[in-house]
Write a protein that binds this ligand. Structure first.
Ligand code: FAD
Length: 456
């Protein structure tokens, strides 16, 4: 009897412990199920559907080269798996463990009806394995990361299989084209062309970035410099494993390599948080923020739309939001600035921004998105105080963002660095570019007053 290999956020063949185990047992039925019900509000967003389409195409191609193929189904995952179990005559299902709350719910339900075996594979260590001397979990990054490092290096990555035996009778598969994952009229993904979803693209991104690893620590905060790896969508979809990245750096201990490892650590910490607090994407980590006077109503809605569209009148914020819309990705420093601007300058609930990112980011990830939004908003368990308000002007100057703004805000493409800097909160409309939604000092005072009202 074959076993079922259930692919989820592990769309790769290299370093795939569940796949390796399935192959060792005999014939394998590789399956992907698009379940838009179980995640509820967190079903895959628009941008990631585009990625998923291409990543599944790549995975099916890699499987076919090895004598196998990908069976596609759509519907509630547990019910679809049960159907496939009947069609293939097996109850044995292998998968990579996931920590998002909806996957954990499905796994629990499925365990009662299937012989479900979960393997670790998408993280350097299972979140529950990182505890203090008393066996307690961490919610703060630094001590958590120190403990993680004690377990490093991780085991060596597993090679991709040469052949994968299939069953005598393949279960039916849907056609990917009928899922309509890619946009048609208008094609908002036309600017996504630089990405290559799939395992090959992940290894290409790693290969392209490695020569710049030495400069990563110094350059990673400058959005106009190509210093970061752009591996995030590949990591989210599991097209490359974190331990492959870890070993790609070898035994380098220069500041660039150390900083990169720690960012991989931040990704895992996001999972560590949502594993402990499954509602972290929806609920303030600090309860007093449940009473925070977020702006609501027509004016706030109008400001929110302006933020989404990159029309706030703050060049670095607008460049970031337009980069996000046109490329499906935004530089980390600019994510911090745009998020801070929404929450503190516009006083709009971080959860609205988090949802927008969920729908527009190619790397949208439940743990990383929730952790970072709560961190920037100051609402998180592991965040600096709310009163630390970022100044878009100072960020623009400190991280030399002129080229970045000119690349994404064509209305300002003729302005020099100092003219762009001067427009943060003080500019007037130039060539159709909007005037600022709110002045910086006014916004700062309003945010601090809201914070004080909460403290009172
Ligand atoms: P690199 O700098 O090359 O880093 C390598 C890898 O480390 C990344 O691919 C990513 O997996 C991880 N990483 C780096 N920085 C962080 C971080 N701050 N938190 C968690 N992991 C990190 N990242 C996501 O993957 N998905 C999200 O939904 C997401 N939402 C975010 C929302 C906000 C408000 C902010 C401020 C950050 C968010 N990030 C998110 C984190 C970070 O911006 C991206 O991981 C990073 O920009 C991806 O680019 P890169 O692959 O070139 O990163």
């Amino acid at each position: 009897r074959p076993s079922i290999l259930w692919f989820r956020q592990d769309l790769r063949l290299t370093d795939h412990p569940a796949l390796t185990a399935a192959i060792a047992e005999g014939a394998v039925v590789p399956v992907y199920i698009l379940d838009d019900q179980a995640p509820g509000d967190w079903s895959i967003g628009g941008a990631q559907r585009w990625w998923l389409h291409h990543s599944l195409t790549a995975l099916d191609g890699s499987l076919r080269k090895r004598g196998s193929r990908l069976v596609l189904r759509r519907g509630p995952a547990a019910a679809e798996l049960e159907k496939i179990m009947i069609e293939t005559g097996t109850r044995h299902v292998l998968a990579t463990r996931c920590y998002e709350p909806w996957w954990k719910r499905i796994d629990a339900a499925l365990s009662a009806r299937a012989d479900l075996v979960l393997h670790d594979g998408n993280y350097l260590a299972p979140p529950s394995a990182i505890t203090n001397m008393s066996g307690e979990r961490y919610r703060v990054f630094t001590p958590w990361y120190r403990r993680l490092l004690e377990r490093m290096p991780p085991a060596l990555p597993l090679p991709a299989p040469d052949r994968i035996a299939g069953p005598e009778q393949w279960p039916a598969s849907e056609r990917l084209a009928t899922w309509r994952l890619t946009p048609t009229g208008p094609d908002w993904a036309s600017g996504f062309g630089a990405w290559l979803p799939g395992e090959k693209g992940a290894f290409r991104a790693l290969r392209d970035w490695l020569p710049a690893a030495g400069e990563y620590k110094t350059d990673r905060d400058f959005p106009a410099r190509p210093a970061t790896s752009r591996l995030s969508p590949h990591l989210h979809f599991g097209e490359i494993s974190p331990r492959t990245l870890w070993h790609a750096l070898g035994d380098r201990d220069d500041p660039g390599a150390e900083a990169f490892r720690s960012e991989i650590g931040w990704r895992e910490h996001g999972l560590n948080l949502v594993d402990q607090m499954p509602d972290y994407g929806e609920r303030n980590g600090r309860a007093p923020f449940d009473r925070f006077p977020w702006r609501t109503g027509a004016a706030a809605d109008r400001d929110f739309r302006a933020w989404c569209r990159g029309r706030t009148g703050y060049p670095v914020v607008d460049a970031g939001m337009r980069e996000l819309w046109s490329t499906g990705w935004m530089h980390n420093r600019v994510r911090m600035i745009t998020a801070s601007f929404l929450v503190k300058h516009l006083l709009i609930d971080w959860r609205r921004g988090e949802r927008w990112f969920w729908d527009t980011l190619l790397d949208a990830d439940f743990g990383s998105n929730a952790m970072n939004w709560q961190y920037v908003a100051g609402t998180g368990v592991d965040a600096p105080v709310f009163s630390r308000i970022m100044s878009p002007l100072l960020q623009c100057e400190k991280f030399a963002m002129g080229d970045y703004v000119r690349a994404f805000v064509p209305e300002l493409s003729r302005l020099g660095d100092s003219e762009i800097a001067a427009m943060h909160g003080g500019g007037t409309g130039i060539g159709g570019y909007p005037a600022p939604l709110v002045g910086h000092q006014e916004a700062r005072s309003r945010a601090l007053a809201a914070w004080e009202s909460l403290r009172a």
